[in-house]
Write a protein of this length. Structure first.
Length: 107
């Protein structure tokens, strides 16, 4: 059974026993082709600056800052509502006390 190997699964892993690579017809002899992948990869790596890498962290920090401000405003609103409620209760108690005093004086 004579099965030829592929690039992923070569017939043998020994480079001496593998068939030599055939040059492409459009390649000129003695010139190395330009490596587009490394140049493109290098450019894309240079495009990924430190600021770009930290954008998600900065967004999360800004989001948390907004949430903290919102929570503080909500706490202030709750304290204000509680203070107003207590003030109304105190005013009602004061009015009851005045009425009770007035009733005591009248008798």
């Amino acid at each position: 059974m004579n099965i030829t190997g592929t690039i992923d699964r070569p017939l043998t892993y020994d480079p001496q026993k593998q068939a030599p690579m055939k040059p492409f017809p459009h390649d000129t002899a003695g010139s190395a082709p330009e490596d587009f992948t490394t140049t493109g990869a290098r450019d894309s790596r240079q495009n990924r600056t430190r600021e770009m890498q930290l954008i998600p962290e900065a967004l999360a920090r800004a989001h948390m800052h907004d949430r903290l401000i919102e929570a503080e405003q909500e706490r202030r609103a709750m304290r204000l509502a509680t203070a107003r409620r207590m003030q109304r209760r105190a005013e009602r108690a004061s009015m009851r006390a005045r009425r009770a005093l007035a009733m005591a004086v009248m008798q």
